[in-house]
Write a protein that binds this ligand. Sequence first.
Ligand SMILES: Nc1nc2c(ncn2[C@@H]2O[C@H](COP(=O)(O)OP(=O)(O)O)[C@@H](O)[C@H]2O)c(=O)[nH]1
Ligand SMILES: [Mg+2]
Length: 305
Amino acid sequence: MGIFEKFKIGFKKSASTFTSGLKEIIIKKEIDDKTLDEIEDFLIQSDVGVSASEEIRNIIAQKKIDPNKSKIDEVNSILRNYIIDLMSPLENENFFKNKNDLNTILVSGVNGVGKTTTIGKIGKILNSSGNKVIFSASDTFRAAAIEQLENWAKKIGAEIIKSSQGSDPASVAYKAVDHAIKNKFTHVLIDTAGRLQNKKNLMEEYKKIANVTKKVDPNAPHEVLLVLDATSGQNVINQVEEFNDIIPITGLIMTKLDGTAKGGILIAIAKKYKLPIIALGLGEKEDDLQIFKAEQFAEAFITVS
Ligand SMILES: Nc1nc2c(ncn2[C@@H]2O[C@H](COP(=O)(O)OP(=O)(O)O)[C@@H](O)[C@H]2O)c(=O)[nH]1
Ligand SMILES: [Mg+2]
């Protein structure tokens, strides 16, 4: 199975709910103001966001739908083009390209979104294309979290710097970046604890981790990734705002798109924040990470078999 087929299957819940819902509205109807209202409401309900939904409505309203063509095909094609125009500039091809110098990647996000799992998956892609990857087990709150990252390191053949449970997360990160520079690693991926963004002291600690990496390398962290769980719906908007306030986010990863019908939220986030989207999580296994490509996303979201 090609990676795109896998993506489509993983993404099926969102895609089929969306496409069949839209079809139901459009089929056998004139595209008049009432239908346009229904389309807009449907887009908002699909988590596409008020602003993007309104724009899409206006594009459909302005376009003369060719009576010889299927209305559904015409609307789908408008949507597909809208998504591609909006999201193509947010692709970041450079992220997975091979590097010569050290890239320090800080991975943040609230508890349970899939940070540790995503680090494992990213590590696998990078390592198998000839990079040298090391993990920093800076989620020191729970012993299980350290062990989980260790298992990933073993599985994908990465090194890991860790310390005992309860130790200072920033000092682990410092050791990891220091070790990485001295031993010519290309990537250090720093795992962090799932901090609740309203807990001020925890956020301070997160900032401390970022600052400490700068002591070794003034350009670090080179990437600050925020991991978002697609199943959390509208909450992800707050998470982007609050994390971005502490340290500017350079890339997003949305996980668990395989387990939800709420994939539309990625369009709302793209419209609102214009942040690069690095990859999408489509399962718990090591190969279940899809490098983000707007066209693939649009294709999978709009068409269902
Ligand atoms: N279905 C699905 N599960 C995922 C995905 N990413 C992570 N998970 C699962 O979500 C749970 C929490 O993941 P974990 O990496 O420990 O989250 P963390 O607390 O942010 O580090 C685990 O059971 C993972 O296997 C994904 O893309 N799809
Ligand atoms: Mg974790």
